[in-house]
Design a protein around this ligand. Structure first.
Ligand code: NAD
Ligand code: UDP
Length: 310
């Protein structure tokens, strides 16, 4: 198949490029390099089945493709809050451009949505039927509401125009190729520990997240895209739930060294708890994560050790 991946030079997108190329597909990677890097996909450049296009998803684009994975959007809070209006445009106009293309060329189109659509959830764990508890005017809203609006557009194009959609809600995912200065918690803690700095826990560290290793997630993406039963939304994530203090302690144990834990103020609207209910994915895809946090953290530490020494 010929497959377009928007945001293909980013953390998740570059792993997806690898897997789809491995399967024998042709991949067009479209990216504006806001948070993506050429080094993430450099090993694919020169492969006759791989094309790299510098383009912004807010501007229309045309490609003859069978599948579109729409991943373009900064995912880390400091990056999506850097230019919040642009973040909203990326989610909304990016979705419209992908859906318009899918309609025209009759491609199947996949949206990388997020657990942020549940906001600071008062239902725990979060099933897909939960409508969420989201602040529409806060610092995180450009991302949360942008992704919610994108989901709305996906379902309206599906109902109105019969566009073949797949919508995934991704819970916190980590692994090799995250940027060292990405700002998300796993990369922050590992980089801090490797550099002998103190680990910055925001607030008391009692807030929870559920962390999925990238290989598990990308496997779920591809299974979901190629099944015919359901269009989503479907949660994908690892249901193992940890406080940020537990995560900090795990990283300290694995890296060793002299770093300690220091506390910084909790950012506004920071969700207190988050854990996916993955029953839908288990039933329909036969999917569940295989890589436990400890093992995934070891692999990610190994990656950052090499990346930081370059
Ligand atoms: P990332 O920041 O590494 O990747 C995003 C990619 O999109 C980057 O390559 C960036 O340059 C590109 N991009 C951003 N704005 C663009 C634009 N206007 N036009 C073209 N390209 C643009 O983040 P990631 O973790 O790989 O996330 C990928 C997708 O998955 C995002 O849509 C994100 O919202 C979603 N997601 C990720 C997680 C996670 O934990 N990693 C969780 C929920 C949702
Ligand atoms: N966090 C932290 N220290 C950091 C970065 C993040 O304690 O250096 C916390 C953050 O406040 C949040 C959790 O870790 O409660 C996950 O943050 P991240 O930015 O990775 O993702 P999100 O908040 O979008 O789930």
């Amino acid at each position: 198949m010929r497959i377009l991946i928007t945001g293909g030079a980013g953390f998740l997108g570059s792993h997806l490029c690898d897997r789809l190329i491995e399967q024998g597909n042709e991949v067009i990677c479209l990216d504006n390099f806001f948070t993506g890097r050429k080094s993430n996909i450099q090993h694919l450049v020169g492969n006759p089945r791989f094309e790299l296009v510098r383009h912004d998803v807010i501007d229309p684009f045309k490609f003859e493709v069978d599948r579109i994975y729409n991943l373009a959007c900064p995912a880390s809070p400091p990056h999506y809050q850097y230019n919040p209006i642009k973040t909203m445009k990326t989610s909304v106009l990016g979705a419209i451009n992908c859906l318009g293309l899918a309609k025209r060329v009759k491609a199947r189109v996949f949206q990388a949505s997020t657990s942020e659509v549940y906001g600071d959830p008062d239902v725990h764990p979060q099933p897909e039927g939960y409508w969420g508890h989201v602040n529409p005017i806060g610092l995180r809203s450009c991302y949360d509401e942008g992704k919610r609006a994108a989901e709305t557009l996906f379902f309206d194009y599906h109902r109105e125009n019969g566009v073949d959609i797949r919508v995934i809600r991704i819970f916190n995912t980590y692994g090799p190729r995250m940027l060292p200065d990405d700002g998300r918690v796993v990369s922050n803690f590992i980089v801090q520990a490797l550099q002998g700095q103190d680990l910055t826990v925001y607030g008391e560290g009692s807030q929870t997240r559920s962390f999925c290793y990238v290989d598990d997630l990308v496997d779920g993406f591809m299974r979901f895209m190629e099944q015919e039963k359901i269009v989503g939304p479907m949660n994908l994530g690892n249901p193992g739930e940890f406080t940020m203090l537990q995560l900090a302690e795990l990283v300290l144990k694995k890296v060793g060294g002299k770093s300690k834990i220091t506390h910084l103020p909790l950012p506004s609207d920071d969700p207190k708890q988050r854990r996916p209910d993955i029953s839908l994915a288990k039933e329909n895809l036969g999917w569940e994560p295989k890589i436990p946090l400890e093992q995934g953290i070891e692999r990610t530490i190994a990656y950052f050790k090499t990346a930081l020494s370059k």
